[in-house]
Design a protein around this ligand. Structure first.
Ligand code: CIZ
Length: 299
């Protein structure tokens, strides 16, 4: 392990690279990163860094977002197979059909989408700002893609009509209300913090619903000493580093995303050595996708 860490440090210097890791990455990958965060924070870091090369330890749509916001940088995705089934649940052809069915609707796309779907959308959103983004729009009808659970969460806070795309995150979908109730019975003092990609009955029963960044902040600031966590297990590492005196329990053993676990230290070293796999969004798509992200950032 030490040898591979040393190799990465040397390659980082040679390539003028930074390593950005998503909150769901393996502990060792988070530990070697220059910055950890959610996908939007990672892309913003990629855009602001002076480094020439960005290793995006995450999944493909995150590397694409970094390429959209930082087109002058080389974006490397350590494992080219690291995809996101939720992002793969929608494509441009399908979205165009839905747009034709609801011509008066604004299209709001979650960050977990391919770049060409972002390019076809009016505005992007993340799990932290989805409600604010939808409420900022003048349209009464919103075509919300691709996560139906996030769509249903947003619908609780607006009078606009939310038309969901029928996609979902298989990892968050595994958490059931039964598991939540059992976990609560076992840890009655614990606060339940879940991601909005969880099922509606799970988010409705939770004490707090938010993005990974929001969950980390909530746990840090809460007076509670114990928490039941309903999002991918990689977040436990950050939660414990941040609040070592508190206790965190995963709501379900199913909260492991196999795609997020594809990145390893060895693959990071290899991509820096070979300068690939590179993710580069074609310029025509990038400019339109940038528009959707920029409109979100303006809110
Ligand atoms: O936007 C992200 O990074 C995702 C997929 C989850 C989150 O809440 O951070």
């Amino acid at each position: 392990m030490l040898a591979v860490i040393q190799a990465i440090e040397k390659l980082k210097q040679e390539r003028q690279a930074v390593i950005l890791a998503h909150n769901y990455q393996q502990d060792a990958v988070q530990d070697i990163a220059d910055f950890t965060g959610d996908s939007l924070a990672l892309s913003r870091y990629a855009a602001s860094t002076t480094a020439r090369v960005v290793v995006l330890a995450g999944v493909r749509f995150m590397a694409e977002s970094a390429s959209i916001l930082a087109p002058d940088k080389t974006i490397l995705l350590p494992d080219s197979q690291a995809g996101c089934p939720l992002a793969a649940s929608i494509d441009v052809a399908g979205l165009r059909q839905a747009k034709a069915r609801y011509p008066d609707a604004a299209v709001v796309c979650y960050v977990n989408t391919p770049a060409d779907v972002k390019a076809e959308s009016d505005i992007c959103c993340t799990s932290s700002n989805a409600v604010a983004v939808v409420r900022s729009l003048p349209q009464q009808r919103i075509l919300f893609v691709p996560d139906r659970n996030l769509a249903s969460f947003v619908a609780r806070f607006t009078s606009q009509e939310i038309i969901p795309w029928e996609g979902g995150c298989i990892t968050h979908y595994r958490v059931t209300l039964d598991e939540l109730e059992q976990a609560r019975a076992a840890h009655p003092e614990a606060e339940v913090l879940v991601h909005p990609e969880c099922r509606p009955e799970v988010t409705a029963a939770a004490d707090f619903v938010g993005s990974t960044t929001a969950i980390i902040k909530y746990a840090r600031e809460s007076r509670a000493r114990e928490f039941l966590i309903g999002t991918e297990m990689g977040i436990l590492h950050r939660l414990l580093l941040d609040s070592p005196e508190k206790k965190f329990y995963l709501l379900s053993p199913g909260l492991v995303c196999p795609n997020m676990k594809l990145t390893s230290l060895e693959k990071i070293a290899r991509c820096l050595r070979e300068m690939q796999p590179e993710v580069k969004v074609p310029e025509t798509i990038r400019q339109r996708a940038y528009g959707a992200l920029e409109r979100m950032l303006a809110i």
